[in-house]
Structures are given as C-alpha cells and as structure tokens.
Design a protein around this ligand. Structure first.
Ligand SMILES: [Cu+2]
Length: 497
C-alpha cells in the first residue's frame, strides 16, 4: 500500500496535465489510455485512475459549460454599457433565441418549433426537466390535422384568430380562439385547429408536461396518410384493421394510403367557414360548469399604473389548471418603464417576449458559485463553501420571440425600450401559493423589516435605510432608467433656461 501512494500522486498529476491540454472529448480517452498504459500498478489502482479521469473530465466539462463570473457590486452607468455587449456574447443558459429551437414540424403553411429538453441546456434546469416549450405558427386559412400528444398541455394564443377542436371523453368541443386565450388540453385529447383569418398568422405558445417519458413527448397523427404525416392506423396489420373496422382490405388501403401534404395544410374558404361557426370561449363539456378557455386580458390587472399592467390567470380563474400547478401571467411594460426587481417565491417562469424590445437583469447565485469554485479548487472544495459567494448578474437584451427562464427565488427586473411597449407572457411552473415579492417600490420587503434588522442587515442607521426604501411611491412598475434619464435631462434643460 505504501508503495502505491507516490504512484497515485504521479497519476493525479499526469491526469490533470492531460486534461489541461487538448479538447474535452479527446482527452478523456487519452487520460484513460494512460491509466491503461501504466504497468507498475495493480488492478485496484488502475480502477482508481479511471475514476480520476472521469471525475476530472466531468468537472472540466462543467466548468467549460458555465460562464465565468465575478462578484459584481453596484456599478456606474458607463461601466454597465461597456459590460453590456461582452455579457451577451457569453454563454447565458437562461436565454433562448431562434437558433435554440428545433423545428419539429414544417410545411409551406406553417411550423411547430420546440425547445430542446431544458436540462440539455444546463443542469440548473432540473426543476423544470419534465416541461417542454413549443410555438406553433400557422399561415392564414390553414388546417392542422387531428393528432394527440402524450403530454398535458397549456396553450396561450399570442396572435391571430383560430378555431380549436378538442375531442375527449366522447365529446367534441369547438371554440374560436383569439389573442390572450388560455386553453388546457388534457394528455391524449384529439386536437385539430384552423387559422380562420385571411391575413394574419396564428401563433400559439405551448407548455407541455409529459405523462410518459419525463421531458419527452410525441405527436400521434390520427387521420389517413401513408406518410407526411404517417397515420398511426398504418402501423397495424391489415388483418387487425379489417376486423376492427369491418371493412375490406382494398378499401382500407385507399383510406390509409393517400399521399398527404403535411401536418399543416391549406383549407378552402368554404371549409374554413364551416369550421368557424363557434362561440368565442366555448362551453367545456368535460368538467361541468367550468369554461373551455379563459382570456388573460379579460382579467382585472393585479398591478397597474402608468408604467405597466400585469394580468394573471391561475386555478381560481380557470379550474383546468388545478392539477397542473401552473399559472400564466402577462406583463405589459409601457415604453420607458420597467418591472421589478421582484422574485417569485415558488414559481419558475418560462417567459416569452410577445412584443417589443428591452433588456432584463437577474441575480443568479448558481453561476457565481460554479465559477467561484474554480478559484477555490484544491483548498476548500465542498458544498458548504458556496454560501456567500455572491451573484452572477445575468443580463440580456430582449426582443420578440425570445424565451427566458427565471428560476424561483431569483430576483429580476425587465426594462422596456424608450420607443415601444415590452410585452412578456409567462408560464409559471409550481404556481400554487406562489408569492411575488417586491424588492423596490411601495410594500417592498425591506421596508417591512424591523428598524434593528435594517440597521444590522445594512450596517447603516435605520433612518438612512428607510429613506431609500421608501423613496419610490409606485408599485411593481416604475419609470425605467431610460425614461428617468430623459426626465433628468428635461429638468436640467429647464433649469438652464
Ligand atoms: Cu441561478
């Protein structure tokens, strides 16, 4: 045993040197190869050597995945501007843009784009591993063929006018949909859809929670079609179909052997008119008195002032959300305004920029502690040292179509550009008993602390702390940095004159 010690030390050194060079993929191989090539060691040590390779490999991979960080105290405006561009180039796992989507379905009449499983992007998303996000886009006067999914789904109509049909428990429910509508679709429901508008595309955001393979879902296409899409009927042998449908094989071949033009296809004006004759909102035949859909814009805003409005839909407005523990929210930030800083106590937000431009900032302890670890390596490895390391400032521009993940407990703020409202729609996962905690403005959490706690917490006289945390008279939405600057300039101009 004594003889093995220096040898393991050499190995460790060798392993580290090997991993410090070269690319990640090749050097795991090389590392293990070197373990194999060492002749003076026993089987037990060789095993340890392999394990060391794996351990260092996974650590290095993790370090490369996550962006470097520093403890970022408050900075002046110029420094922020400098940093702005730099940060955007870095790998920020919380922001998803066009290139992060996978095209699930595409025809000349529309497409369905899906974000990959969140944990493929970063291990930080373990808590929402079972959810997937997708956007359906259908051209005017088109039909999305009947299909079902092995996932519970919540739909949000972001743009356009359509008619949705849901067949479940022996009944068909058809209703016209418009922007702001929220619809829950139970797993296994046969659904089809038309875009009944002559000019406008239909955009529907979907949050899916798989009921079979975690984080995975499949579409099953029902109607005829040999391919594109292939009907699931076609997977059965003719003897089964003949017996089940009580029909001769040649007729079935005709039914299921047709060439199709894809999942999203053109419908005639007459077909569209026939399928559009339904009430907005719809009656829900499945759950008694409750409604088939609810419109988020028809809900009285829970927050509203000249800088923005905030609408919410949860299980109290829409019973179908009860078992999913999901709520939805829509923030309309006035041009030049901002939202927050706030944090959600339990809910993790999957947010979509529906319209406008701006930016957001978020404090993330995960990214900061991961890169902090690099500096500590060798001395105080271990989880307990993570506390108190600081935060990575996650910052990104926001533009239409972008998706953000805002984990529970993470303070964040969003700022609208000075020339356009910024509209953000959110699916909130783990919504029950969620509380939105304000960090600025009226009723902010600091102003509710005892004077002694303020003194001890900030190391300043309570009066000073109180003064600052009570200076903002607005709540939730405020005048943003851009608007504030404009105002200051105006006031200065007036003073000069
Ligand atoms: Cu974090």
């Amino acid at each position: 045993m004594m003889k093995a010690r220096p040898c393991l030390f050499c190995l460790l050194f060798l392993v580290v040197v090997t991993l410090a060079l070269g690319t990640i993929d090749s050097d795991l191989k090389r590392c293990k190869h070197q373990c194999k090539a060492l002749q003076q060691i026993g089987e037990h040590q060789r095993k340890e050597c392999y394990e060391m390779c794996d351990k260092y490999h996974s650590e290095k991979q993790r370090d490369e995945e996550e962006e470097p960080s520093s403890f970022l105290p408050y900075r002046g405006r110029e420094e922020e501007e400098e940093e702005y561009g730099e940060q955007e180039k870095e790998n920020n796992p919380f922001v998803f843009e066009d290139q992060h989507f996978i095209t699930g379905i595409k025809t000349q009449h529309g497409r369905v784009r899906v974000l990959p499983k969140f944990t493929e992007r970063s291990k930080l998303f373990k808590g929402i591993e079972n959810y997937r996000f997708a956007i359906l886009e259908a051209n005017p006067q088109t039909f999305v063929v009947p299909n079902h999914w092995d996932a519970d789904t919540v739909l949000f109509v972001a743009q356009g006018r359509g008619t949705l049909n849901l067949v479940r428990r022996g009944k068909r429910n058809s209703f016209n949909i418009r922007p702001g509508d929220v619809i829950r679709v139970y797993a296994g429901t046969t659904a089809y859809l038309i875009n009944r508008d002559n000019n406008e595309n239909l955009f529907i955001a979907k949050l899916l929670r798989s009921v079979y393979t975690p984080g995975q879902f499949e579409h099953f296409f029902g109607p005829g079609g040999r391919e594109n899409p292939e009907s699931f009927y076609g997977a059965f042998s003719s003897e089964i179909l003949e017996a089940a449908l009580n029909t001769r094989g040649d007729r079935l071949q005709r039914l299921f052997g047709q060439e199709r033009e894809g999942v999203i296809i053109r419908a005639s004006e007459e077909q569209i008119r026939q399928m559009s004759q339904h009430e907005e909102g719809g009656i829900w035949p499945f759950g008694g008195e409750s409604k088939g859909s609810v419109n988020i814009f028809k809900q009285r805003p829970s927050q509203s002032n000249q800088y923005g409005q905030f609408h919410e839909v949860d299980e109290s407005h829409y019973r179908q959300l009860e078992d999913l523990d999901i709520s939805l929210s829509f923030g309309n930030i006035t041009e030049g305004g901002m939202l927050g800083p706030i944090y959600s106590s339990r809910a993790t937000k999957i947010a979509v920029v529906v319209d406008g431009e701006g930016y957001f900032e978020m404090a993330c302890p995960h990214l900061a502690s991961k890169s902090g670890r690099r500096q500590r390596q060798g001395s105080e490895r271990g989880r307990e040292t993570r506390i108190g390391l600081g935060y990575q400032k996650v910052r990104s521009r926001l533009r239409r179509g972008m998706v953000l993940i805002i984990p529970a407990g993470h303070p964040f703020a969003a700022v609208a550009s000075t020339n356009q409202n910024l509209q953000i729609f959110c699916f909130n996962v783990n919504a029950r008993d969620n509380e939105v905690v304000p960090l600025a403005g009226r009723n902010n959490v600091v102003s509710l602390l005892e004077r002694e706690a303020m003194e001890l917490g900030f190391g300043l006289p309570a009066r000073e702390v109180e003064q600052i945390f009570r200076s903002q008279q607005e709540e939730f939405f405020f005048q943003g940095p851009g608007g504030r600057q404009q105002r200051e300039e105006r006031e200065l101009g007036r003073a000069d004159a």
